[in-house]
Structure formats: structure tokens, C-alpha cells
Design a protein around this ligand. Structure first.
Ligand SMILES: Cc1cc2nc3c(=O)[nH]c(=O)nc-3n(C[C@H](O)[C@H](O)[C@H](O)COP(=O)(O)O)c2cc1C
Length: 261
């Protein structure tokens, strides 16, 4: 790969949604790799960004986890609300345990319809965020993922990437897995609950929820917009958020990383 810079934009904004930290680590590794090559780059929390406020002069990066073979409704909402532009370069990176289907083609189409120039899409394997891992295996998978993220960044800068997609398969999977009914079902079973014995009413879950879906009443209460990102489940300091017995609490970064990001 040649080192000549083919990226047209002089700066990059990466909008990142991450439930339990894998994607945030990847987005930060990419930011650092851009900066190392002399390109100004920032990571912004997608959940706290008004999509209309993006700077169309900067390349647009989208970073998010795969969920139920597609990604979270919040991510689709962000992308659908992006403003129209004239040729702003756009790239995506997702993190996943192993398989995605319904993302690449529909996302590329939405961006193109708004005038973006899709320049790259890559999927990066990271630990599945509800399984139990030996610490060593988790670290090796993360390190490998971050290395791939850095390589991807270098490829993006050098113009060596493409946004590949397989429209028929990807569109069908998008229809099947991004529909409201499926996500409504995903929120019903198994429903997350709060253990009143364990909950100290510290409010961390309210602050951390990327969808603003938890309201503090006598105890934290969930509203109807849960993304099933597992952040509240993973980060509750007293493990008071209950979900599936077999799901482990996985954290790739600290809670503060989400609050300051
Ligand atoms: C509700 C849910 C659904 C998931 N679905 C998939 C999936 O369909 N395919 C896959 O490869 N990984 C899946 N995963 C695993 C995550 O994509 C993966 O662990 C990701 O790196 C998590 O990123 P985050 O830590 O930034 O949230 C799922 C995780 C959750 C919580």
C-alpha cells in the first residue's frame, strides 16, 4: 500500500455508538492512527450528537456494534437523519462476534442518497459482549481487533478501501432483522429488570443509557426505547440490573469512558 494520502478531507469525525466498549476502543484506535498520519480526527458519541450538526467538510466515520445481524435502531435513526451533502467521504466500521448481514448495502444506499461518497466499510471481530472469556483470550481478541482497526485506517488514508456490499442478501436481512416488531420482541424477552434489594439508586444507569431510556423514579425504570446494548447491565456497580442468567457482564472500557467521550 502506498503511503500517499488519498483521503480528500483534511479531518475526520467518527460518530460512535458502543454498548460495552468494544466499538469505542476500535473508534479510538482509528482516531489515533489518523492523528499519527497527520490527519486531525475526533471520536464523538453518536447518542449525544445532533446528526444535522456534523461538519460536511470532514470525512464522516460511523462506528457501531452488530446486533441481531444488523445494528441498533438508534444507529439507523442517526444515519437517516444525516443532512444532505455534496460528496463528503463516508466510511463505516462495525464490531461483531462473528456474523452480520443486514447492514452494508442499505447503509451505503442511504448515504449515497444523501450525497455522501462511501469510501470504505469494514467489520472487526471483537469479543462477544455477553459471553464469559478468560482474561487472556479476551485481551488477545481485542488486541487483534485494534490492530485490524489501525490497518483499516492506513488503508482508508491511502485510498485502498471499498464499501463492498451484497445488495440482495443484505437488503433481505435488513428487512428481516431491522423491523420494529423484531426489536419490540427483543425488548420483551427476556425483559431487563432491576433488583430492588441490590439497587442503591446511584443513577449511573440513567446517565449511561445511550438511548436516554432509563428514568429514575423510586427506582430506575425502563421506558420503551431500550436498544439491548447491555450497557446498564454490564456497568451497574451492584449488578442490580438483571437480564438472562446465562449472560455475562462484559466491560471493555470503564463507565467514565462513556461519560467523557
Ligand atoms: C443484543 C446483542 C445482539 C448481538 N448480535 C450479534 C450478531 O448478530 N452478530 C454478531 O456477530 N455479534 C452480535 N453481538 C455481539 C456484538 O456485536 C459484539 O460483541 C460487539 O463488539 C459489541 O460492541 P460494543 O462493546 O461496542 O457494544 C450482539 C450483542 C448484543 C448485545
Amino acid at each position: 500500500m502506498s503511503w500517499a494520502i488519498k483521503l480528500k478531507a483534511g479531518a475526520v469525525d467518527i460518530y460512535c455508538l458502543s454498548g460495552t466498549g468494544n466499538t469505542l476502543l476500535v473508534a479510538r484506535a482509528m482516531r489515533d492512527a489518523f492523528v499519527q498520519k497527520g490527519i486531525l480526527a475526533h471520536v464523538h458519541p453518536m447518542e449525544r450528537t445532533d446528526p444535522c450538526s456534523i461538519n460536511p467538510k470532514n470525512a464522516l466515520g460511523l462506528a457501531f456494534p452488530v446486533a441481531i445481524l444488523t445494528t441498533y435502531p438508534l444507529v439507523w435513526g442517526f444515519i437517516r437523519s444525516l443532512p444532505e451533502v455534496k460528496g463528503t467521504e463516508a466510511f463505516m466500521v462495525d464490531t461483531l462476534g462473528g456474523l452480520s448481514m443486514g447492514i452494508m448495502a442499505p447503509m451505503k444506499r442511504i448515504l449515497e442518497s444523501k450525497g455522501y461518497a462511501p469510501i470504505g466499510a469494514r467489520e472487526i471481530a471483537m469479543p462477544v459482549n455477553f459471553w464469559n472469556y478468560e482474561q487472556e483470550k479476551k485481551c488477545v481478541t481485542i488486541e487483534r481487533g485494534l490492530e485490524r482497526a489501525r490497518e483499516y485506517t492506513v488503508d482508508l488514508i491511502a485510498g485502498g478501501t471499498k464499501w463492498r456490499s451484497f445488495p440482495v442478501l443484505s437488503d433481505m436481512a435488513h428487512l428481516a432483522f431491522s423491523n420494529r416488531f423484531l426489536w419490540w420482541l427483543a425488548r420483551q424477552w427476556p425483559k431487563m429488570r432491576v433488583s430492588l434489594e441490590r439497587c442503591a439508586r446511584c443513577g449511573l444507569c440513567v446517565k449511561l443509557c445511550p438511548a436516554g431510556n432509563i428514568v429514575m423514579k423510586d427506582y430506575p425504570e425502563r421506558q420503551g426505547g431500550c436498544q439491548v446494548c447491555l450497557r446498564c447491565y454490564a456497568y451497574c456497580p451492584r449488578e442490580a440490573v438483571l437480564f438472562m442468567e446465562s449472560f455475562k457482564r462484559y466491560r471493555a472500557v470503564s463507565a467514565e469512558d462513556f461519560l467523557i467521550a
